[in-house]
Write a protein of this length. Structure first.
Length: 319
C-alpha cells in the first residue's frame, strides 16, 4: 500500500466519524438536558457502567468527570453481577453505556441498576434495547456507519460515546461554576498542576549572586563565576539597580577598555525585569519568554530575594 492510499484511508475514517458527530450534535435535545440536570442534582455520585469497548470509554468519562468536579466511579458490568453492585447507593445516579443495549451482561444487570440507584441514564445506539426500555433518560448514540471497513469494530460509535461524555462533563462544569482554581485542586501533580498552582518561590535557586554598584570587575567576575546563573545582581543597599551577565563581560572585553578602572555600575543593565516570589511560576515564564531572557530577578516586597532560571522552569514543566 502506498502513502497516498494510507492518507486516503485515514481521511475517510475521520470523515465518517465527523459526519456521525454532526448527526449526534443535531440530536442534542431535552433528554440530554434532563440527563445533565439529574446528574447535577444527585445527592450521591455518578456510577458509570460499561463492558467491552464501552468500558474503556466509561473509564475515560469517569476520569474527565472527576477532574472537572463531578464525583464519579466506574463499575464494570461483568464485575457488577458478581458482587460489585454494592458500590451503588440509592442516592447515586447510574450512566450505563452500551452500543447495542442488549449485551448479556447489560440485560442481566439493568433491572438492578434501576432499582439500586436514584436514576438510570442509558447511553445506547439501540432505542429498542433492554437498556433503553429500563432507562429513565436515553442518550441516543446510534451511528449509521462505523469507520471500520468491515463495519464491525466499534469506531464511530465509541467516538460518539466519548464526545457525549465530554459534553456532559463540560455542561456540569458550567453548572457547578467550576473554575481554573478548582481545576488546579484536582491536578496538583505533573506539569498541568504546576502551571496552575506553582509559585515562583518554589523554583528560586539557593544561589544569590550580588555586587554593589562600586564593585570592581574582579568582584563581578567572582560573583558571576560562583553561581550557575551567568548573572549577578547590582544593588545599592537594599535597592536593585541593575544586572550584569557574562555576556556583558564579554562585550566589555571586546571593546578593549582598561578594565582595571571599570566598576559594576559602568557595565550593568539598569532597571532589570523582576517578579515577586508569590506570583505564579507561569507568570515568570511569560516574562522570560516575552523579553527573551534566561534569568529573572525574584523579589520579596520589592527587595532582592533570588534568581529564577528559565531552564529550571522548563525542566519542571512550566510553560
Amino acid at each position: 500500500m502506498d502513502i497516498s492510499n494510507i492518507i486516503s484511508i485515514a481521511k475517510s475514517t475521520l470523515a465518517i466519524e465527523i459526519a456521525e458527530l454532526e448527526k449526534l450534535k443535531n440530536r442534542i435535545d431535552e433528554d440530554f438536558v434532563k440527563a445533565v440536570e439529574i446528574i447535577h442534582s444527585a445527592q450521591g455520585k455518578l456510577i458509570v457502567v460499561g463492558i467491552g469497548k464501552s468500558a474503556h470509554v466509561g473509564n475515560k468519562i469517569v476520569a474527565t468527570l472527576n477532574s472537572t468536579g463531578t464525583p464519579s466511579q466506574f463499575l464494570h458490568a461483568s464485575e457488577a453481577i458478581h458482587g460489585d453492585l454494592g458500590v451503588i447507593q440509592k442516592q447515586d445516579v447510574v450512566l450505563c453505556i452500551s452500543n447495542s443495549g442488549n449485551s448479556p451482561e447489560i440485560v442481566n444487570l439493568v433491572t438492578y441498576l434501576k432499582d439500586y440507584s436514584s436514576a438510570l441514564i442509558g447511553m445506547t445506539g439501540n432505542l429498542k434495547s433492554k437498556l433503553a426500555e429500563y432507562s429513565d433518560v436515553i442518550l441516543d448514540t446510534h451511528v449509521d456507519l462505523e469507520a471500520c471497513p468491515n463495519k464491525l469494530a466499534p469506531t464511530s460509535s465509541t467516538t460518539l460515546q466519548m464526545a457525549l461524555g465530554d459534553a456532559l462533563a463540560i455542561c456540569l462544569m458550567e453548572l457547578n461554576d467550576f473554575k481554573e482554581n478548582d481545576f488546579a485542586k484536582f491536578h496538583p501533580g505533573g506539569s498541568l498542576g504546576k502551571n496552575l498552582t506553582a509559585r515562583v518561590e518554589q523554583f528560586v535557586s539557593s544561589q544569590k549572586p550580588q555586587v554593589t554598584e562600586e564593585s570592581s570587575i574582579r568582584d563581578v567576575i567572582i560573583s558571576i563565576s560562583a553561581s550557575s546563573h551567568g548573572i549577578t545582581v547590582v544593588t545599592n543597599e537594599e535597592k536593585i539597580i541593575g544586572v550584569i551577565t557574562d555576556g556583558d563581560l564579554r562585550r566589555m572585553l571586546l571593546n578593549g577598555d582598561d578594565i582595571s578602572k571599570v566598576l559594576a555600575k559602568d557595565i550593568m543593565s539598569a532597571n532589570p525585569k523582576s517578579i515577586e516570589k508569590d506570583f505564579l511560576a507561569k507568570e515568570a515564564m511569560k516574562i522570560l519568554k516575552d523579553n527573551n531572557i534566561g534569568q529573572l530577578i525574584v523579589t520579596e516586597s520589592g527587595k532582592y530575594f533570588g534568581i529564577i532560571d528559565i531552564h529550571k522552569l522548563l525542566d519542571e514543566g512550566i510553560n
